[in-house]
Design a protein. Structure first.
Length: 477
């Protein structure tokens, strides 16, 4: 515990939804819900306007649609959010060398280690300066909590929402926590909270008065002792700059249960390819391959295989995942599949046999299992002056919220699509709400596009520096 509130916790406000509102002027001030749009999708983030209808993160998307039928429902654009997160983390890094990211939109910062604060006044000034810099750089708002410990700083940032700053003076922690629900403490979820309620403890003050021995009896030695300390306002966890990844994984939930064994095997192979892509992007390799299968009855099975040495070879991971699948009964259907790699290392022990197999597959014209597939070629008859043909073209898919560019109308985003048509609203982050137009899904003048930067002139978008100017038609002018 510190004598000065020099631990800062930043939490961006409704991050995914706020980023979409900033990118799309017509959605500002309106309910926006971001997440999986299929029958089994869940809400990733809801704007504050949508939260008034009772929508919240992790809610089934079907329930969210019933609560807020007139909201804008958009697919998540993680590459876009990650590019904004990088800008925010860069600003935090200017404050201190000790920055502990918790997610794309949340982090702790040790202001004392950066030499920017040593008392309440300097800490508050650093927090306000950070909020102003984030707004100027990204166009988004963040809430800041300042305290003498990580636990209290996080509670403070929650109280500051949205778009505020709350500083809690060291020494006032127990008075602050006493009347609050036990759920405010880290590690107290619904199950633990209910267990404590049945024991007559509903507030943090109840926990402090119960004593350590009673909490240990109820919750076990480690959890009980830790909870008793936190109930008294004690938290001496340091801000840790590096949080090493323990595993890399990907998973998909399917709109309709999969029953065909060949299709299930194909999906596992596709997930293995994606997992290796993330593994390589993080600069790691791994020894243990993990398969996750959630069946039709919601029972979840995990199987793992540990290799002789770490690998980032897609063939090795794909074949290991396939072997694990052979040991799983998928009778009745599968609703979710996942592939992960754990036991990470920062080097790779190459498998020469796997290399040979991969080269042979490439030579034989093995299929590309990447996520993005090129759209089918347009039939020549659809192009001016093209020869007639009866070969049908595969219909292009457009997702709500997707960035597009039209040869005539410029930058826009997809509002919706269906029955061979796609509706696009043409606007930019710095423009007034734009006009809506509808096109055939295979209109040759309409193409997917990189996101524009949220603040004009920054040149920062999901594609990296410089990409936005090319896609934005003078966006950085």
């Amino acid at each position: 515990m510190r004598a000065a509130p020099t631990i800062l916790h930043l939490d961006m406000d409704a991050f995914f939804a706020a980023a979409e509102q900033a990118a799309k002027p017509s959605l500002r001030g309106k309910p926006v819900i971001v997440g999986g749009l299929g029958p089994r999708g869940v809400v990733a983030t809801a704007s504050y306007e949508a939260r008034r209808f009772g929508v919240h993160s992790a809610m089934p998307m079907g329930q969210a649609r019933r609560l807020a039928p007139n909201a804008a429902f958009l697919v998540a654009r993680f590459a876009f959010y990650r590019s904004i997160s990088e800008q925010v983390m860069e600003l935090l890094g200017r404050l201190s060398p000790l920055v502990e990211p918790l997610s794309l939109d949340e982090a702790f910062v040790d202001l004392e280690a950066g030499g920017v604060a040593d008392d309440s006044a300097s800490a508050r000034a650093a927090g306000e300066r950070l909020r102003a810099d984030i707004l100027a750089t990204t166009g988004l708002t963040g809430s800041v909590g300042l305290a003498g410990s990580k636990m209290i700083a996080k509670i403070a940032s929650e109280e500051a929402k949205p778009d505020g700053l709350v500083l809690i003076e060291p020494g006032t922690e127990r008075e602050l926590l006493g009347p609050r629900s036990v759920r405010i403490l880290p590690g107290v979820g619904p199950a633990t909270g209910e267990h404590l309620r049945r024991a007559g403890m509903t507030t943090v003050a109840d926990l402090a008065e119960a004593g350590e021995d009673e909490l240990v009896r109820l919750l076990g030695k480690a959890h009980g002792a830790s909870l008793h300390r936190m109930a008294q306002g004690y938290d001496d966890r340091p801000v840790v700059a590096e949080r090493d990844a323990k595993s890399v994984s990907v998973e998909d939930t399917f709109d309709v249960d999969l029953h065909d064994r060949v299709r299930i095997r194909t999906e596992v192979e596709r997930l293995a390819e994606r997992c290796v892509g993330r593994l390589r992007a993080s600069g790691h390799s791994g020894r243990t391959i993990v398969l996750k299968v959630r069946r039709y009855d919601f029972s979840t099975l995990t199987r793992s295989e540990t290799l002789r040495g770490p690998t980032d070879d897609p063939v090795v991971v794909r074949e290991a995942a396939g072997r694990l699948l052979e040991a799983v009964d998928t009778t009745g259907g599968v609703r979710l599949l996942g592939v992960g790699v754990s036991g990470l290392a920062d080097y790779t022990q190459e498998d020469l046999f796997a290399q040979f197999a991969e080269a042979a597959e490439a030579t034989a014209g093995g299929r590309d299992t990447g996520e993005a597939e090129a759209p089918a070629a347009e039939p020549a008859a659809s192009l001016p002056g093209g020869p007639a043909t009866t070969a049908p073209a595969e219909e292009r898919h457009w997702s709500p919220g997707q960035d597009v560019r039209h040869a005539v109308h410029g930058a826009g985003w997809v509002q919706g699509s269906g029955v061979g048509r796609v509706t696009v609203r043409f606007e930019e982050p710095w423009s007034a709400p734009g006009r809506v137009r509808t096109f055939a899904v295979d209109d040759p003048d309409l193409e997917p596009s990189e996101p524009l930067p949220l603040v004009r002139g920054t040149g920062r978008a999901a594609g990296g520096p410089g990409r936005a100017e090319a896609a934005g038609g003078g966006a950085a002018a």
